[in-house]
Design a protein around this ligand. Sequence first.
Ligand code: C5P
Length: 245
Amino acid sequence: MSAHSKLYEGKAKIIYSTEEPEILLADFKDDATAFNAQKRGNITGKGIINCIISCKLFQQLESLGIKTHYIDSPKPNQMRVKAVKIVPIEIVVRNIAAGSLCQQTGLPLGTELKQPLVEFYYKNDQLGDPLLTRDRIRLLELATPEQVDEITHLALQINNFLIDFFQRCGITLVDFKLEFGLDSQQQILLADEISPDTCRLWDISAANDPDRRVLDKDRFRRDMGNVENAYQEVLNRVLKAVENN
Ligand code: C5P
C-alpha cells in the first residue's frame, strides 16, 4: 500500500493511507447526504467545520481519559487518525425524542427522555442501517457481548460530557451517533466524527421555535435553509467554549 493512496471514500470523508501503516488521514468533504444517500447535496465549508469541531471534541474527550482515533489535524479539513477496524454498529444516544424515535414509537418531538436511550443500528447501507438488538449483534457476530457493554458504557460517558459541553455553548444535545473501532491491540477507540452531521443540536435561545432552534443536519434533511449559517454558529460556539475552558 503506497502512502496517500485512497483507501475508502464514504459519504462525508475520504480515508487515505500515510507513510506509517498504523496512521490514516481522514479528509472531510463538503458533500452532504441524507436518507441513506437518497438525498444528496453540498454544504459549503462543512468539511472544515466538521473536522475542527470533531478535533476539538476528541481532544476534550482524550483529556477525560476516553480513547479516540484522533492524532492531530495537518489541515483544517484533515484529521490524522489511528488505523482501526470499524465495528459495523452505529451507536445512537438520545436525550430528547426526535427523528426515527418519533417516527417509530409515536413519541412527540421534543419529549425529554427520563434517562438516555442507547440504540444500535447495523452499519450497512444496502440494508438501510436497520435497528439491532443485542441478540442480533451476537447472531451476526458484529461484536462480543463484552464489547457491546464497553461501547455502551463509553457512549453514556461521552453523552455526559457532550451534554455539559454543549450546554456551555447554549445548545441542547438532543441525540447523536457514534462509531467505534478496534486498534491492532483490540482496544476499543472512539472513531469517525462528532459534528452537526452526526448530532441533533438545538439552540437554547430559540428553544420554543421548532424552526430557528435547529443547528444541525436536519436543516439540510428537511430543506429548512440557512444550513451553512447553522454549522458556522455551532463552530463559533464550540471554539468559544474550548477557549473559556
Ligand atoms: O435518524 P435518527 O433519528 O435515528 O438519528 C439519530 C441521530 O443519529 C441523529 O443525530 C442523526 O444525525 C445521527 N445519525 C447519523 N448517521 C446515521 C444515522 C443517524 O449521524 N447514519
